[in-house]
Design a protein around this ligand. Structure first.
Ligand SMILES: C[S@@+](CC[C@H](N)C(=O)[O-])C[C@H]1O[C@@H](n2cnc3c(N)ncnc32)[C@H](O)[C@@H]1O
Length: 280
């Protein structure tokens, strides 16, 4: 979907409770309108990922980098968990407008915190390797471009352990929530990886199931409904969608992204009917 005349830019705004955040001008969507960007990133993405219990090397996809809340929350989680020796965050976005605005207003966003010295480097480069004082390694890779094309491309980046999927809603950007997208993404993630997204939309859960993921419930996102978790391995998820979910899907008026292709709608229906998740 082409970006409208507002361009892919953000404006500084305040939530109802006075927390500074950003509004994306093209979609008029406010980043995490209730609690503000960092608290949402911390609660929804960091805590759901259980990154504080991991060790060794960890690859995180920050899909829809925006104003960097997930990127920075994940970096702080890495600092806190000394059992992680190497963290790579791969951020995806059309460009760095959100990071630029964050940097310009840094005094309003104390969440930048220990990322203050890294953020200017992110604005300058697309690949960073930062040695921490304790010898651990932080790596950041920025993959610029339309995510639909990125998934079709030969771009090289490592396979994910944790995927934070934070694009604007299917109503605003239906092309980013289709069967094709999640099928391509499925090829880029590890078998025990965990995908986290704020949305509870039926069409998203349906496309994920059809693309080879098991799908479960996550925590409530802001004041909204339960978020969605997905993994190629059922055991990674604590609370799978129950078999009755199939009935909800059958009754739904919004089974598919508005840009879902007809042939893929048939695939989604068929795969949901026969998914092994319902036999567990
Ligand atoms: C909800 S915002 C992400 C907020 C972000 N996670 C944060 O912590 O600030 C969604 C982001 O997706 C990006 N985006 C929109 N369409 C895109 C596309 N086709 N490909 C890649 N990125 C896209 C927008 O530029 C925007 O920054």
């Amino acid at each position: 979907m082409p970006i409208n005349d507002a361009g892919n830019k953000y404006a500084l705004v305040y939530t109802e409770s006075g927390i500074p955040t950003f509004r994306h001008l093209a979609t008029q969507e406010t980043l995490h309108g209730q609690v503000g960007p960092y608290e949402e990133a911390q609660k929804l993405y960091v805590e759901s990922s259980a990154i504080q219990t991991k060790n060794g090397k960890c690859i995180v996809y920050d899909i829809g980098m925006g104003c960097g809340a997930q990127l920075i929350a994940m970096f702080h989680a890495f600092l806190a968990n000394k059992n992680l020796t190497h963290m790579t965050i791969v951020s995806f976005d059309l460009e760095k407008e959100g990071l630029v605005l964050l940097w310009q207003n840094k005094e309003l966003f104390p969440y930048i915190n220990q990322f203050t010295h890294i953020l200017p480097m992110c604005l300058e480069k697309n690949h960073l390797l930062v040695n921490l004082e304790d010898g651990r390694l932080f790596e950041w890779i920025f993959i610029q471009g339309d995510f639909v094309q990125t998934l079709e491309s030969e771009a090289k980046y490592p396979y994910a352990d944790i995927i934070c999927y934070d694009f604007f809603s299917p109503a605003s950007h239906p092309q980013l929530w289709t069967y094709n997208i999640f099928s391509k993404l499925r090829e880029r993630v590890k078998e025990d990886s965990l995908l986290i997204t704020y949305s509870s939309a039926t069409c998203i859960r349906a496309a994920l199931l059809a693309s080879g993921f098991f799908v479960g419930m996550g925590i409530a996102s802001g004041k909204k409904a339960r978020s969605t978790l997905a993994s190629p391995t059922a055991q990674t998820l604590k609370e799978l969608l129950p078999p009755e979910w199939k009935n909800r899907f059958a009754r739904s008026q919004a089974q598919f992204s508005s840009l879902e292709k007809d042939e893929n709608k048939a695939i989604i229906k068929e795969r949901i009917a026969t998914h092994s998740q319902w036999d567990l």
